[in-house]
Write a protein that binds this ligand. Structure first.
Ligand SMILES: Nc1ncnc2c1ncn2[C@@H]1O[C@H](COP(=O)(O)OP(=O)(O)O)[C@@H](O)[C@H]1O
Ligand SMILES: [Mg+2]
Length: 151
């Protein structure tokens, strides 16, 4: 499913809808160049999920955890150096938590991603517009995709 997000408000709306629908065990993998809106989308997902703290970019920590309606894990793998560090981070343990996970630069953990997820690939499409390609890889992903794209 392809979306044209013509403004930050459109991206925020997508995030809010995803956040309302997200459940423990769900995984959303975000890919796209710097500045395409991955962190912006995570903030809106956190807002929609009604988790109190803003989901700022966990650039140094690699993972930030927010509590509220549910436990929301925000990962940013931009600085990931390789599989050894992914292991050190306890990626598999994080996925086993009773939590929902949103992961920036998910392609850097391609081998370790859960089978059932929603992938969102963001692309620049102008100063304030972005293209989003949403791909569900299982029933959880499908549920999120429907929530994010139903009018
Ligand atoms: N349609 C849009 N959707 C999302 N962000 C947008 C859009 N148009 C402009 N922006 C801006 O792009 C920037 C995206 O930054 P950020 O979310 O940190 O990117 P990333 O995490 O992908 O590196 C923000 O400053 C945001 O305001
Ligand atoms: Mg970011």
């Amino acid at each position: 499913m392809n979306l044209l997000l013509k403004s930050p408000a459109a991206t925020r709306k997508l995030g809010l809808e995803l956040g309302k629908a997200i459940e423990p065990g769900d995984f959303i993998g975000l890919t796209g160049d710097l500045g395409t809106g991955k962190t912006f989308l995570v903030k809106a997902i956190a807002e929609g999920a009604n988790v109190p703290e803003p989901a700022t970019s966990p650039t140094f920590a690699l993972v930030n955890v927010y509590g509220g309606r549910l436990r929301l894990q925000h990962l940013d793998l931009y600085r990931l150096t390789g599989p050894a560090e992914l292991f050190a981070l306890g990626f598999d343990d994080l996925l086993a938590e009773d939590a929902a996970t949103v992961c920036e630069w998910a392609d850097r953990a391609a081998e370790a991603l859960p089978e059932d997820r929603l992938d969102i690939a963001l692309e620049h499409a102008g100063a304030t517009s972005r293209k989003a390609r949403l791909t569900a890889t299982g029933p959880r992903g499908e549920r999120l995709l429907r929530a994010g794209t139903s009018p």
